[in-house]
Design a protein around this ligand. Structure first.
Ligand code: FAD
Length: 637
């Protein structure tokens, strides 16, 4: 397969502008003739659907929540990056580009990352124009704070609810287009398959989650903005509904899957508290602006934190990474927390926790200032743990948070299936092997508001799009396959719940392919996952019927997909014999425990092709060429 990223020629700074000029346009009169199906109404899908409709395309937008406003993007707390340089602290497009490439451990495409940094400044203007209430300085200028992996302050925020406020902006834009008739919205509708006709993506098969009706929607292009797949690990900071079904079914129809093993483990989450917990809660990275991370110097030190004197504390991030300190990037900070806990210096039940302490900041700034900055996060922490973080340090531990992997896309955000575009967290994206904090919102909105609206026109203007309708043989065949799968799931009537399979898969993934990975563990997972999958299809119990709201049925379909995706993640992790970003192979580390990359052998995007049930997937490689940054050992010391 020719894995051509179609990166435009020319100097890095000019690629996007020149490319936009070179792209074919669709005239206003012709835009009305095209229908685009947008699956997802989060920041990526919602912004794309609104923008495409404003341009004049007919848009159908789908989401599984009861309202587009409830997409998982609403959970984003900390902020969104942009190279505005308002604090005048030395930021620039080039610095954001460089920080992102370095933060991703040199495993991202230069041209995409540069474009992202360029567009970041437009995103803020767009959102301010929509009325997004970003925090402001006393004088009225938009305020910034710092996030991991950067030495400048470039993160725009709205208290600890940035995702919610940005989503309300995108939602208003979407609702305006719905009211105008440009977008038809299908809430409570789950995409269960992709229809590919003549090698082009031409439609989707969906299930109405309230009535159970299965139907098809056809169009000239399909856009997937369906979010990340961190819930393959069962426990994660993602919303419970987040899943991989849309991208996984598209993968099985021919879209290559890029870098599936690159998983972000976020260092500041509330530690797991019991075996039957179903969800983990993030404590935003923004807290590391003022909170100091530490553990006792002595092993098994059971004293309450307040009784441990300063000189018996190890502020290990400040000690190990003096130039970035508590704002070391997520992969680095997570590994350091694991190292401290593995060394017997963890705190809280089971020793799986480290302190995030605000005592110094409260002394310096006063409790009111801390409440103003992080009040809602502190309240959330107190409600969950029943501990008051204004008085005692928070306890935190790393947890699965974000998936850098996703469907492979070219520079135009098109997958290997012509006409299938993938945006936001669902694509393999611009973050390489590790995403920097506050960059997901930036990427999702860059894709939806600015990139896709230009690039999709180029495809539509040039593609031959024959008329298709619901009687087409392929539409009937795919719809039939979806119906059959639903009936099969209901007919097994076995003895185990869907959740019990999901939990077992998640534990296996976390133990063998989580924060640290090893050859033997990965091999074991690759053996055990197919066995679990086989048992699932023999012994799962999905109560209820297909003609009603049936959450067990919805979950069963998603877990069936996770059981296939999990194996691919482990295969990808096994083949990548290096450590980079969120992919830490214990065999490949430096003497002081840092990730050891192998640029000679692995400076490429791994893009996997589905070859059928029970077949090993096929690996394709997109070489990564660095003309503008020097490949270097990543150091935050
Ligand atoms: C707790 C938390 C805090 C975060 N904080 C930040 C932050 O401060 N800054 C930052 O940059 N990033 C943050 N992130 C990451 C960021 O929120 C996400 O990466 C981003 O919001 C994803 O947006 P999206 O539009 O790609 O997907 P989502 O917001 O997940 O939207 C997915 C959409 O797809 C729909 N969908 C999915 N599957 C189907 C299907 N099969 N059929 C129909 N519809 C479907 C859903 O209904 C939904 O509308 C955070 C993440 C978490 C978990």
């Amino acid at each position: 397969m020719d894995l051509n990223a179609r990166v435009p020629p020319g100097p890095l700074q000019e690629k996007w502008d020149r490319h936009r000029f070179d792209l074919r346009l669709v005239s206003p009169a012709n835009k009305r003739k095209h229908t685009v199906l947008v699956v997802g109404s989060g920041l990526a899908g919602g912004s794309a659907a609104a923008s495409l409709s404003e341009l004049g395309y007919n848009v159908k937008c789908f989401c599984f929540q009861d309202s587009p406003r409830r997409a998982h993007s609403i959970a984003a707390q900390g902020g969104i990056n942009a190279a505005k340089n308002y604090p005048n602290d030395g930021d620039s497009i080039w610095r954001l580009f460089y920080d992102t490439v370095k933060g991703g451990d040199f495993r991202a495409r230069e041209a995409n990352v540069y474009r992202l940094a360029q567009i970041s400044v437009n995103i803020i203007d767009q959102c301010v124009a929509q009325g997004v209430p970003f925090a402001r300085e006393y004088g009225g200028l938009l305020a910034n704070r710092s996030f991991g992996g950067a030495q400048v302050s470039r993160t725009f925020y709205a208290r600890g609810q940035t995702g919610q406020q940005l989503l309300l902006g995108a939602y208003q834009a979407l609702e305006k287009e719905i009211a105008r008739g440009g977008v038809v919205m299908f809430p409570r509708t789950e995409m269960l398959d992709l229809i590919v006709i003549g090698g082009q993506a031409r439609g989707i098969v969906v299930r109405d989650m309230v009535t159970g009706e299965i139907s098809s929607h056809l169009g000239d292009a399909v856009v997937l903005g369906t979010g990340g797949y961190g819930n393959v690990f069962y426990l994660s900071t993602n919303a419970k509904g987040s899943n991989a079904t849309a991208i996984w079914r598209a993968h099985k129809r021919g879209a290559l899957f890029g870098n599936p093993c690159y998983t972000q483990i976020h260092p500041t989450c509330i530690p797991v508290s019991g075996d039957y917990q179903s969800k983990l809660t993030l404590m935003s990275e923004s807290l590391r602006n003022d909170g100091r991370v530490w553990v006792p110097k002595r092993r098994d030190d059971k004293r309450p934190p307040g009784e441990i004197p300063e000189d018996e504390r190890d502020y290990y991030l400040e000690r190990k990474y003096p130039s970035f300190g508590n704002l070391a990037p997520r992969d680095v900070a997570s590994r350091a927390a694991k190292e401290a806990c593995d060394d017997g210096r963890g705190v809280g039940p089971g020793g799986l926790g480290v302190y995030l302490d605000f005592a110094d900041a409260i002394k310096r700034l006063g409790e009111d200032k801390i409440r103003e900055r992080y009040g809602n996060l502190f309240e959330m922490y107190q409600r969950i743990t029943d501990e008051n973080p204004y008085r005692v340090p928070m306890r935190i531990y790393p947890a699965v948070h974000y998936t850098m992997g996703g469907l492979w896309v070219d520079y135009d955000l098109m997958s290997t299936i012509p006409g299938l575009f993938v945006i936001g967290e669902a694509n393999f994206s611009d973050h390489g092997a590790n995403r920097l904090g506050a960059s997901a919102l930036m990427q999702g909105l860059a894709d939806g508001y600015f990139i896709l609206p230009s690039t999709i026109g180029n495809y539509l203007a040039g593609a031959r799009l024959d008329r298709v309708d619901a009687s087409h043989g392929e539409v009937v065949r795919v719809e039939g396959a979806v119906n059959q799968r639903v009936r099969t799931l209901l007919s097994i009537t076995g003895k185990r719940t869907v959740d019990s399979f999901h939990r077992e898969l998640g534990k296996l993934m976390w133990d063998k392919c989580g924060m640290a990975r090893r050859t033997d563990g990965l091999r074991e997972a690759i053996q055990r996952i197919p066995a679990l999958r086989e048992e699932f299809w023999r012994n799962v119990n999905v109560p209820g019927s297909d003609a009603e709201l049936n959450q067990a049925l919805e979950k069963a379909g998603r877990v069936a997909d996770f059981l296939e995706l999990g194996e691919l993640i482990c295969r990808d992790a096994l083949h990548r014999e290096e450590s980079c970003g969120g992919h830490f192979r214990e065999e490949y580390q430096t003497e002081d425990g840092e990730a050891r990359r192998d640029d000679e052998r692995f400076a490429y995007v791994a893009a996997w092709a589905w070859r059928g049930e029970g077949q090993e997937p096929c690996l394709h490689k997109e070489p990564l060429v660095f003309d503008n940054v020097k490949l270097a050992a990543r150091s935050y010391k």
